[in-house]
Ligand binder design. Structure first.
Ligand SMILES: NC(=O)c1ccc[n+]([C@@H]2O[C@H](COP(=O)([O-])OP(=O)(O)OC[C@H]3O[C@@H](n4cnc5c(N)ncnc54)[C@H](OP(=O)(O)O)[C@@H]3O)[C@@H](O)[C@H]2O)c1
Length: 285
């Protein structure tokens, strides 16, 4: 039987696919953009045109599948957006559904992941929720613009600390769990990087890696929101969710460190400095 990977072209999904292939699993890579999936994985996987908002795409996506990596695309802000697909999965013999959730979600009812986790549990599908800390890819991705163009980190996180994790390490954790579904039935896993850093420390590391002086601007929420929407043209809904997440971060919700990655994989998670060195190009002008 095959393992379905939703968001297969995403930060985490692409590592889930590659790690599963290394383990000898058959993979169905799903998404709305088939050329992107072909470019990423060639003929190593089955590609399927899948859209959470199009129920007519569900049956072909679930055909021959017995395990699922489920992620919520960031622009689908309502938990209900994922419910029809989870309902459809119930009609198949699914051994394990592993949902990409969020660290601390068990105590935080605001992000959609909280309700999605509950919905999966109530569905009776065997589950393994993955609750990672903030991705290192946030800094090399959405926040790289100001680092590259202005030599500054422009994130409204105050003096808070974050136990950043590399999406590659999350992908390996998820593949490990899906490869052995019986062992991980009805479990939850909070996965973090090895250290909690504040953004002043991130700036020091990035200065070392790039050879330029990078500073942390420490913007307030309003200043960040205005900049993100007006100057960068980012989607308002997305920016609002980001601001809410950094509000939580300032309350200390992003700094816990767990040993889960090591327990699952027998490896140490990457440090931010290793990640920044490996992805130096993302920060260069
Ligand atoms: N960033 C963080 O620090 C962090 C931390 C913890 C949890 N998370 C959670 O992780 C999730 C994001 O994961 P990610 O960063 O791997 O995602 P991502 O890189 O933003 O990728 C989004 C994926 O969703 C697919 N997609 C978009 N619209 C779709 C639709 N209508 N139907 C089906 N697929 C669709 C895209 O593929 P196509 O283009 O082919 O459609 C793409 O593969 C979010 O739920 C976020 O809350 C993030």
């Amino acid at each position: 039987m095959k393992i379905l990977v939703t968001g297969a072209s995403g930060n985490v999904g692409c590592y889930v696919v590659n790690e599963l292939l290394k383990m000898g699993e058959e993979v169905v890579a799903a998404g709305t953009d088939i050329p992107k999936l072909i470019q990423l994985f060639g003929e190593q996987v089955t590609h399927v045109q899948f859209d959470f908002t199009k129920p007519e795409s569900f049956e072909r996506t679930l055909d021959g599948v017995d395990r699922i990596f489920l992620m919520r695309p960031p622009h689908l802000g309502k938990p209900e957006d994922l419910y029809p697909f989870i309902e459809a999965a119930k009609k198949h013999s699914i051994q394990l559904i592993s949902f990409l959730s969020l660290m601390g979600i068990e105590k935080n009812t605001i992000p959609p992941h909280h309700k999605i986790e509950k919905f999966i549990e109530a569905s009776g599908l065997p589950y393994a929720h993955i609750r990672p800390g903030f991705f290192m890819q946030n800094i090399s991705g959405i926040h790289a613009f100001e680092i590259k163009e202005q030599d500054r980190i422009f994130i409204p996180a105050g003096k808070s600390q974050t136990s950043f994790i590399d999406a590659a390490d999350i992908g390996l954790s998820i593949a490990t769990i899906l490869h052995d579904p019986n062992q991980y039935k009805n479990t939850t896993h909070t996965i973090t990087g090895p250290e909690a850093l504040d953004y002043y420390q991130i700036a020091v590391i990035l200065s070392r890696v790039t050879g330029r002086k990078i500073t942390y601007a420490k913007p307030g929420f309003l200043n960040y929101r205005t900049h993100a929407i007006k100057n960068r043209g980012l989607d308002k809904g997305y920016v609002n969710v980001t601001v809410a997440l950094y509000f939580m971060t300032r309350m200390g919700t992003a700094k816990a460190i767990t040993n889960t990655f090591f327990e699952l994989t027998g490896k140490n998670p990457r440090t931010f400095e290793q990640f920044a060195n490996e992805n130096r190009g993302a920060f260069m002008q």
